[in-house]
Design a protein around this ligand. Structure first.
Ligand code: 4AD
Ligand code: MG
Length: 462
């Protein structure tokens, strides 16, 4: 159809140019024999004003151009006399692809609540808010690859269906082709998964880390960027059952290299959004007030505060705020504690390092103190944890003892232990929850509003 995207018209349009635009009508009004249509095509935050004079063929088609209609318009680009816009199109012809019944189309001009928009997940990308969220998400995805490719990391694709439980938390979705009405009996009343499709029990992955580790132990520096699944029954504003994670893994690296990579990564992502999505961020700043161009500018440069878990506990013990959950060395930090550190004490991102080993996963490297592991979490204001990472235990005996202590069966993990038998080396990595960074940057308060099709307990409609 040779259409021009509205974004391109605003960035490189020439006055007097004849053009064709396609999009969805945001609004239509008529005055003194001229009609005005605000058209959006998803490429940009702004709408393009179409001016339809009464004497044109287009004018007769206006009855089919209600809010929500998909149309094609032909015309000439002109300087706009209206306020707030540089360009408009003087339209000569319109083709209506599909009108939308004004009595029924759910997205009328008034603002809708985010809760209501979640009920119409298939139409919400047509709103300013969700258009902006998904464009920011796109820019961030691209920036992820740019960042790692620029540093020589190799993008690897780890499996979605797996037989290993990386986090050992047990909240995994089972993948099966067994007949659910006739499950084969195994011993002790269990199901006999040897009769299942893969000959053993399989799951949707909770993390690509274990596979990324063997790829790093041959390719050097690698990263993954893919969907991960958690069957936690967490109905919160920061948990999804299906989310995207970016997991870099570096050979010949320690926990300090890991923290530095995490900090550089977040700086770069914030910087890129500022550069490419200024209109979107300005929109979020104006309407949702949880983010700002200024804040992002600081986030793209300011070094992160680093402190140990032990220091974090001391900070929390000093607090005059009352917490719902207890603060005690050895207990995990709850989101209220994380937020106290980021929002109240340090007023910015914080990296907490060296957590007690008893609250962390089996693969993390034990520190010489015998009590803590070289684990780090990046915490950010309002959202809390966005990155979890560690230096990995590369010493075979230490790892074996640790796995036995935690009751992790060694027989299925021999390939993982092999990496410690043959050419073991220090290595480290982390996982960034992609939706959490989109949330952080856009200031959207619910994680379900930063992914097109959110999956959460009891929620899979769209
Ligand atoms: O801290 P987590 O569980 O770490 C891992 O999975 C490691 N294997 C990563 C690694 O070292 N390669 O998860 C990493 C991040 C969290 O910090 C959080 O941002 C995000 O993944 N995340 C979730 N995001 C949305 N919904 C959930 N249910 C999430 N669970 C974790
Ligand atoms: Mg974590």
């Amino acid at each position: 159809m040779n259409r021009v995207r509205i974004k391109n018209i605003f960035s490189e349009g020439n006055m007097g140019q004849a053009l064709t635009v396609c999009g969805w009508v945001r609004s239509k009004r008529e005055s003194k024999g001229v009609a005005f249509i605000a058209l959006n095509d998803g490429s940009t935050q702004d709408t393009l004003q179409l001016v339809v004079p009464a004497e044109t063929a287009a004018f007769n088609k206006l009855s089919g151009c209600n809010t929500g209609a998909a149309i094609r318009a032909e015309g000439v680009l002109k300087e706009s006399l209206g306020k707030g816009q540089k360009y408009e199109v003087a339209v000569s012809d319109i083709e209506v692809f599909g009108d939308a019944d004004p009595e029924k189309y759910p997205l009328q001009k008034k603002g809708h609540s985010l809760e209501f928009l979640r009920e119409i997940g298939h139409l919400r990308p047509r709103t300013n808010t969700f258009g902006a969220v998904f464009r920011v998400r796109n820019v961030l995805s691209d920036a992820v690859h740019d960042f790692f490719q620029g540093r020589g990391f190799i993008w690897v694709h780890t499996p979605i269906i797996t037989s290993s439980d990386c986090e050992g938390a047990g909240d995994m979705f089972t993948v099966t082709s067994l007949d659910l009405k006739k499950l084969p009996d195994g011993c002790n009343g269990d199901i006999d998964f040897s009769q299942d499709f893969f000959g053993r029990r399989a799951y949707l992955t909770v993390s690509g880390q274990l596979e990324a580790e063997f790829l790093a132990m041959s390719l050097g520096d690698v990263y993954t960027f893919g969907p991960t699944f958690r069957a936690e029954n967490s109905n919160t504003s920061r948990h999804l059952s299906e989310f995207w994670m970016i997991e870099p893994e570096m050979a010949f690296a320690d926990i300090n290299d890991d923290m530095q990579l995490a900090e550089d990564f977040i700086h770069t992502l914030c910087g890129r959004v500022l550069e490419k999505c200024e209109a979107e961020i300005a929109f979020f700043e104006q309407y949702y007030k949880n983010t700002s161009i200024n804040e992002l500018r600081i986030l793209s440069e300011k070094p992160f505060v680093r402190l140990s878990y032990t220091e974090a506990i001391k900070e929390l013990e000093k607090s005059k705020d009352k917490f719902e959950f207890p603060v005690k060395w050895g207990l995990d930090l709850q989101s209220e504690h994380e937020r106290y550190l980021t929002d109240k004490v340090f007023k910015g991102p914080v990296i907490v390092v060296d957590y007690p080993k008893d609250i962390k996963a089996f693969y993390m490297r034990q520190n010489p103190d015998g009590k803590t592991v070289a684990a780090m979490d990046v915490l950010v204001p309002k959202v809390g944890e966005i990155i979890g990472g560690s230096q990995r235990e590369e010493r075979l005996e230490v790892l074996e003892v640790r796995m036995q202590d935690m009751g992790i069966p060694l027989e299925n993990m021999q390939w993982y232990l092999d990496l410690r038998r043959y050419g073991s080396a220090p290595h480290a990595g982390f996982g960034l929850g992609f939706e959490r960074i989109v949330q952080y940057i856009t200031g959207m308060s619910n994680i379900r509003d930063v992914i097109p099709c959110p999956r959460a307990p009891q929620s899979i409609r769209f």
